[in-house]
Design a protein around this ligand. Structure first.
Ligand SMILES: [Zn+2]
Length: 317
């Protein structure tokens, strides 16, 4: 869902007193997740009935991250892990009576970085939460959380943010798709190969960034968490890449129907038009379906080179 929509739903649940105990805010862009939570916390902690007023002491404290009833924990700088001591401190604070006499909230930034002991301790808190409390777990890799934690949280999945897809990456993808020399089967295979190579490069850079951020003395458990993170982050990137590929073939389909407005890749109109004219509506429709099929095959963990190789040689350009 879009952030605004998620916000409206949270506020409505809050006003109707049917807020869940805990939410996972799943977003490829952690800042996007935190922005949503921050907006909601102003509503939850504001002193005015119709809040957030943005002016009362509570609103200002939430905005500045120093509201005594709004607890926030994030991974330690050095280990990049949320430690069990941090969770114990959270427990101490959350079971204390609310300062303002209202709700207590707790935000876990990068909740997927809970270490094993910390996860178990946090699970206990979720199992016996104090009344009038709500938890937000902001993460870009919910797969790395304990299933027992996942099962106790309602999930808010924010739609793809701009962060996962930079302009230059989008440009590289669309250039591969725009290149029609050679055409036909050979051209299709070449596109598949180039996308496989691009994905490989993206995976390496995700792994590199994560390893760089890792403490050298990290234990085995932390290494497992790291591998899960790399895998989850890479899959988010791959999904974003496939969205661009889908948007390309949706454009081809639209243009083949004579539509020129609202295209996702207007910079490549000439190439899109060429492909639309060459195959016509029927081929464009099949192509889009085949690209969607490739995305589904990735979700079933089929091998990338095989999915893209087979998929693109059947696209029919
Ligand atoms: Zn206020």
């Amino acid at each position: 869902v879009k952030s605004d929509e998620a916000f409206e739903r949270l506020v409505q649940a809050w006003r109707e007193d049917r807020l869940a105990q805990a939410y996972i805010v799943d977003s490829p862009d952690i800042d996007g997740a935190l922005a949503l939570v921050g907006r909601f916390l102003q509503v939850a902690h504001c002193e005015s009935e119709s809040g957030p007023c943005g002016e009362c002491a509570s609103c200002r404290q939430v905005e500045e991250g120093r509201h005594p009833d709004a607890i926030r924990i994030e991974p330690q700088k050095k280990s990049r892990i949320i430690s069990v001591d941090q969770v114990r401190e959270l427990q101490r604070l959350i079971y204390m009576t609310s300062f303002a006499g209202g709700w207590k909230s707790c935000v876990l930034v990068c909740a997927d970085r809970l270490g094993q002991q910390a996860s178990n301790a946090f699970l206990k808190t979720l199992e016996e939460p104090p009344p009038r409390s709500v938890f937000f777990l902001a993460t870009d890799s919910p797969q790395a959380l304990l299933p027992t934690i996942l099962s106790r949280c309602q999930r808010i999945v924010l739609s793809e943010s701009a962060a996962a897809m930079t302009g230059s990456l989008r440009e590289r993808i669309t250039e591969i798709l725009a290149d029609d020399s050679p055409g036909g089967l050979v051209g299709g295979l070449a596109k598949g190969d180039q996308l496989v190579a691009l994905l490989k490069e993206l995976k390496e850079s995700v792994a590199e960034r994560e390893h760089e951020a890792m403490d050298e003395e990290a234990g085995e458990r932390e290494k497992d968490v790291l591998e899960a993170r790399i895998d989850a982050r890479y899959k988010a990137v791959r999904t974003a890449v496939m969205r661009v590929v889908e948007s390309w073939y949706r454009d081809v389909l639209l243009v083949s129907c004579g539509v020129r407005e609202g295209l996702a890749n207007p910079d490549h109109l000439a190439a899109v038009q060429g492909q639309a004219e060459k195959g016509g509506y029927r081929v464009a429709m099949q192509s889009l379906q085949r690209v969607e099929q490739m995305s589904r095959r990735f979700e079933r963990n089929m091998q990338e080179a095989q999915v893209l190789g087979l998929g693109f040689c059947r696209l029919g350009w």
